[in-house]
Write a protein that binds this ligand. Structure first.
Ligand code: KG4
Ligand code: ZN
Length: 330
């Protein structure tokens, strides 16, 4: 089954064609990073206009790259939420028109479920139950997955997501946007133990996260002056990684039936986080096969859609009226 998937929840206009939820036939992403670097973050109205301009050329490029025509496509998938409504609507409108005109089933996808399914791309079966750590710009959750599209949120962030913390601290350190890759790069030459930064653990059993205290602590030190950027980047990255890994280990202790741990979302690209998890875990550990599946992309949306469809095909038909749902939960 070939699914054409569309993702426009934030600042990437992305289209992919995925076969049976795992085989990526094409994965086209038109990034707006240069556009938003000027403002140090995404301006929703600017992002929406860029999606309108990019949408049709990206669709054409995807079909050409996969050597597919519309007749080869069996269903359309689209990110319905959460995300910026003005960005999401370009994707939902495009998918609705395609579904209506071509009579193809339309599969709405929750964005985080897409990140979770990025670990199926290029791979085969997984062994449930799986513990997923989602770490992106907007989300930071520990999720127990007992089967396909069976999600139990064990813990989430009380304030900032890990990616958001990376972005904000990068700004404080004058490292630019997006902050995650910039901090990782600066941290390469830094001393991880130079600055003593807080880790919010919130009691012995808690599987929740909090990064606002860490961010404030960096701000206080920057304001006090004389901060070495590389050392601060390395110390900050270590504090985030430490907090994330400790909560993963806690969840494993609380749910010993877990067979695999998966890392998903933009921050899963972070090499230090991968390295420390790899060392700490006894169970099978996966992160997306390629960096391009870590940050926002449409291939992961196609994978999630396939497993939704396979589970309950009767729920999906041609539709002309899918609209964004910014509070769409897992
Ligand atoms: O998943 P994603 O593309 O978008 C959301 O759904 O939010 O995640 C983007 C986030 C940004 O905060 C970015 O700074 C972070 O992922 N990120 C990283 C790295 N690459 C991207 N954070 C840490 N290390 C990286 N190498
Ligand atoms: Zn995302």
């Amino acid at each position: 089954m070939k699914i054409l998937a569309i993702e426009t929840s934030c600042d990437e206009t992305a289209v992919a064609i995925v076969e049976n939820g795992t085989k990526v036939l094409c994965n086209v992403v038109a990034s707006q990073i240069d556009l938003h670097a000027k403002t140090g973050g995404v301006v929703p109205e600017v992002a929406a206009r860029a999606h309108v301009v990019a949408m049709v050329p990206v669709l054409d490029e995807a079909l050409a790259e996969a050597s597919c025509t519309w007749d080869d496509i069996d269903a359309v998938a689209v990110t319905q939420g959460p995300g910026l409504v003005s960005s999401l609507i370009i994707g939902t409108e495009t998918a609705s028109v395609i579904s209506h005109m071509k009579g193809l089933p339309l599969i709405p996808v929750q964005h985080i479920s897409g990140h979770i399914y990025s670990n199926w791309l290029g791979r085969g079966e997984v062994q449930f139950p799986v513990l997923v750590l989602t770490v992106s710009g907007g989300h930071n959750e520990l999720i127990l997955m007992r089967g396909h599209h069976d999600f139990e949120v064990l813990g989430a962030t009380r304030d900032d997501a890990a990616g958001e913390a990376f972005d904000k601290v990068a700004r404080l350190l004058g490292l630019g946007y997006p902050g995650g890759p910039a901090i990782q790069k600066a941290a390469e030459n830094g001393d991880r133990s130079k600055y003593d930064l807080p880790r919010a653990m919130m009691g012995k059993e808690s599987l929740e996260f909090s990064f606002s205290g860490l961010k404030t602590s960096v701000l206080d030190k920057v304001r006090a002056g004389d901060v070495d950027v590389a050392d601060m980047a390395a110390s900050f990255q270590e504090a985030v990684v430490d907090a994330l890994v400790k909560k993963v280990l806690r969840a494993l202790a609380q749910y010993p039936e877990i067979q695999e741990v998966h890392l998903a979302g933009g921050v899963s690209a972070n090499l230090r986080l991968r390295e420390v998890l790899e060392e700490a875990l006894d169970v099978k550990f996966l992160y997306p096969e390629s960096i391009k599946y870590c940050t926002d992309n449409a291939a992961m949306i196609g994978a999630s859609a396939y497993f939704s469809y396979k589970k309950e095909p009767e729920n999906y038909s041609a539709m002309s009226n899918i609209t964004p749902n910014s509070s769409f939960s897992l």
